[in-house]
Design a binder for this molecule. Structure first.
Ligand code: SF4
Ligand code: SF4
Length: 111
């Protein structure tokens, strides 16, 4: 069997709302910390940030449950349009971790 390469530029699975969130009808996924750079950029906040019911900021998702900052095609070629301003939680997420592998399977990047 071919070895899986955890290449984020051809994946994007963690930039989609996970299935367990969808089942619970949670549409808040990527949390943004108050100190994250994006919160100091009003134009990005206006376009990309939503508040949850507790008024905590999150990345906006589109109707496919995809972060609106994600560009390209899942599992083929993707990018983050705010890479240098992406939230801390995105920076901490580890390619090849158990959660990464789970999300890749959920989205069909890995079979
Ligand atoms: S799910 Fe893993 S491989 Fe895919 S973009 Fe996220 S960290 Fe990278
Ligand atoms: S901000 Fe960028 S890295 Fe974070 S979920 Fe959205 S597209 Fe992915």
């Amino acid at each position: 069997m071919a070895k899986v390469v955890y290449d984020c530029e051809t994946c994007g699975a963690c930039c989609y709302n996970p299935n367990d969130n969808r089942e619970l009808e949670y549409i808040d996924y990527v949390e943004i910390e108050a100190t994250d750079r994006i919160m100091r950029k009003p134009e990005l906040v206006r376009r990309l940030v939503v508040l949850d019911k507790d008024l905590l900021p999150h990345m906006r998702l589109d109707h496919h449950h995809r972060c609106v900052a994600l560009t390209g095609r899942l599992g083929v070629k993707v990018g983050c349009s705010i890479y240098h301003d992406r939230p801390s939680i995105c920076r901490r997420f580890k390619a090849g971790s158990a959660k990464c592998r789970e999300l890749r399977k959920e989205r069909g990047v890995d079979r």
